[in-house]
Structures are given as C-alpha cells and as structure tokens.
Design a protein around this ligand. Structure first.
Ligand code: GTP
Ligand code: MG
Ligand code: ZN
Length: 376
C-alpha cells in the first residue's frame, strides 16, 4: 500500500531512496508503470539455488505444487531466502521446464541474519519467517563451542525467534560439561545420540545409504516442538543437522563424515532446504541449512546482546551511568553480580562470553573460536 510522502518525518522522499531500500515497509510507490500483479499467487520459498527459487504454492490444497521461479529485475538487490513468502506471476503451473517470475517478497514475520564477522557491515539473510531456531552442536566431533551457541542465541533473540539447543552425538561424549554453562537459561535443551539397538532407533537415510540410526526418544523430543511452526536448524558442519532433519521428515539429504585429522565437517549440505515435518499439522516445516563457519553479529545493537544474557542482565542495575559492561568497564555491576554467585557456577564463563561479544579487543575476539575445554 502506498504511504504518501508527507507521512515520512523530515526526510524527503525521492527515487534514490526507493532504489536503495526498495523493500522498506510502506515507502514503496506504486507507479503507473509498475504492474499491480493482482493475479499473482503466493508461494513459500523452500530453497534457492543459483538464481532459481523453488516455491511451494497451494500448500495443503489439492493444487499444491512446486514452482521454479526467477527473480524479477527490480528485486535483484533484495535477497530472497528459504522461508520467504513471495508473489509469483507468469507461468505458475509448475509443469516441468516452466519458469515463473518472482515479483514480490511479502512482509517477513522474522528474519534471521548474520554477518561474516563482527566488523563486516554486510548482513546476510539466513532464513525468513522462522518461529524457532535450533542451535545444533555436537557433544564432540566436532567439538562444541560456547561462543557459537552464545552468538546464535543473540541472533535468535534479536530476530524474535525462539531458541532451542540440540546437542547431538551424546553417544560419543557426555555433554554435561557443555550444558553446565546453560543451566540458568530458560530454553529447551534436547540431547540426541545414535540408538543403542535397532528397536530403539529411527533410521536416518541419506542419499548414499543409511547414515545414522538416531535414538527414537531424542528425535521425538525435538519433534514435540515442531507442530505448526517453522523451525530452522543451524550449526557448524558435521554436527548432524541433516541426519536429524532426515529422521524428522523422511527426506534423504546427503550426510557426511567428519574429517579425522581436522575434526571438522565436510560441508556436505550446500544450500538451505525447507522440508515438511512428518505426520505434523500443515505449516510444520523444518529448514536444514549448510554448516556455518562464523556467526558475525555486526548488525546487532550491544543492548540487545546484553538482553540475550538474562542470567547476567540484572547485574547492570548497579552499573554507573554509561557503563558499557565490556572488558574495559570499571565498577561494572555485572562483575559484582557474578562474584556474588547470582549467575551460578557458570557465571564467570558466561560473563567472559558476554564480554567477547561486546568487546572490541581483538585478542578477546579471537578466543571465541577456541574450543570448549580450552576456555576456562
Ligand atoms: N555418533 C553419532 N554420529 C552422528 C550423530 N548424528 C549425526 N552423526 C553423524 O555425523 C556426521 C555428520 O552428519 P550430517 O548430518 O551430515 O551433518 P550436518 O550438520 O548436516 O553437516 P553439513 O551439511 O556439512 O553442515 C554423519 O556421519 C552422521 O552419521 C549422532 O547423534 N551420533
Ligand atoms: Mg547437512
Ligand atoms: Zn556495567
């Protein structure tokens, strides 16, 4: 809908504004040469691959189909990501070899974003319209990193997405030490492992055969959170995202081993893919994503970082005005709060983690990439 230029505060309205931020709500003009696309159909983007957008339209109706589309020229600067609802025109039959035109990105309920690192001003959209973020770490192989978990939690809170923590490979190592860092926080934690026996397992098939047989109870614990929601799985390569997604959806996404020398995954999944959750109500989707290397938070306001540490934030009540709570802060109330034990035994580690996220000290920043067990 058109918002008249007068509705905007002191800014003057001009064409360049439209070009730079063409999707900003309500500022988009409908010029006489911009078609209204009244005949457009709405689709949910399930994957994006080399400029081709796959959308599901008519979800839950007898007409449900997949459509491949290309982005209209005027949207070429606007990223379209898995989870987006879009308007499609042209050939929307979904027949083989047809190509529709994607003419509009509909308003997003949420947008999960990251930057390559904390100083990179370029934001990357990860997924749109997710209700929940499952932060996936392995108990071992690859080693879990609390810095990654903390960053993902910040990004989730910032985007208004509910976080969950999924710890995989509990058969390889007991995750108790890792979890002790998070016991004061209020979000669901699910622990997964391979099945002890065929009877207690769910086969997670991959396109190259059986990848892992996951413990049924663990899969169903996560399954219980998925009804009617869009959930995104995010984590480093090799932690078992696709394995779990296969178990939940019956899909056969490729899964890959972990390099024995480097302990890193092989970046098996190369693009995000939304899949319907098995035996779940309409609208229950899970989005598998490629393993991410880094999770920059350049786009997140420091105040919002603090808010995602609810176990520490009350300590700021006693801070001096203007306290930045970072490593250079003097008389920061959070130090006293932690020293008094209000944040529990994991308080000092949590505070160190917060300071790494808030800090501008590059030495502190680098520690964030250290593996758990080496960070005290
Ligand atoms: N022992 C054990 N292995 C698991 C578990 N879950 C997954 N794996 C194995 O871990 C390896 C990596 O799994 P993937 O599902 O490909 O990992 P991913 O997170 O999708 O990795 P990328 O696509 O590279 O980001 C595979 O060999 C799986 O069989 C688990 O709970 N226990
Ligand atoms: Mg994968
Ligand atoms: Zn402070």
């Amino acid at each position: 809908m058109r918002t008249p230029p007068v509705a905007r505060s002191t800014d003057s309205w001009d064409e360049s504004d439209v070009r730079i931020r063409p999707n900003k709500k309500g500022t988009r003009p409908r010029t006489k040469d911009r078609p209204s696309h009244d005949d457009a159909v709405t689709g949910r983007i399930i994957t994006v691959d080399r400029g081709r957008y796959t959308a599901v339209v008519g979800e839950g109706t007898p007409d449900e189909r997949k459509i491949i589309a290309a982005r209209a020229r005027e949207l070429r600067r606007n990223p379209v990501v898995a989870g987006d609802f879009v308007s499609l025109v042209g050939d929307v039959t979904g027949e083989p070899d047809t190509l529709a035109r994607l003419v509009k990105i509909q308003d997003r309920k949420t947008l999960l974003r990251r930057s390559a690192d904390d100083t990179d001003p370029i934001e990357r959209a990860v997924v749109a319209n997710a209700d929940q973020l499952v932060v996936v770490v392995a108990a071992a192989n690859p080693e879990p990193r609390t810095g990654f978990i903390d960053r993902a939690l910040v990004a989730a809170y910032d985007a208004g997405i509910e976080p969950l923590l999924l710890v995989t490979k509990a058969d390889v190592k007991d995750p108790a030490e890792l979890l002790s860092n998070y016991q004061h926080l209020d979000f669901p934690v699910i622990i997964s492992k391979t099945a002890d026996s065929a009877a207690s397992g769910i086969d997670a098939r991959s396109d190259d055969g059986l990848s892992a047989r996951l413990d049924k109870d663990a899969v169903s614990q996560l399954r219980d959170y998925l009804d009617g929601k869009v959930t995104v799985m995010l984590g480093h390569s090799g932690v078992g995202k696709s394995t779990m997604v296969n178990a939940l959806t019956g899909a056969e996404r490729a899964t890959g081993g972990v390099n024995a020398v480097t302990g890193r995954g092989r970046h098996t999944s190369s693009s995000a893919l939304a899949l319907k959750v098995n035996d779940a109500p309409a609208g229950s989707w899970i989005i598998d994503t490629p393993g991410i290397r880094s999770f920059g938070l350049a786009h997140v306001d420091p105040d919002r970082i603090l808010r995602s540490f609810p176990d520490l934030e009350p300590g700021t009540d006693d801070c001096e005005r203007g306290c930045k709570h970072d490593a250079a802060a003097v008389n920061c109330g959070v130090d006293a709060w932690v020293a008094a034990g209000h944040a529990g035994p994991s308080g000092p580690a949590r505070l160190a983690s917060l300071r790494r996220l808030l800090g501008t000290d590059p030495r502190l920043e680098a520690q964030d990439t250290k593996e758990l067990g080496t960070v005290s």
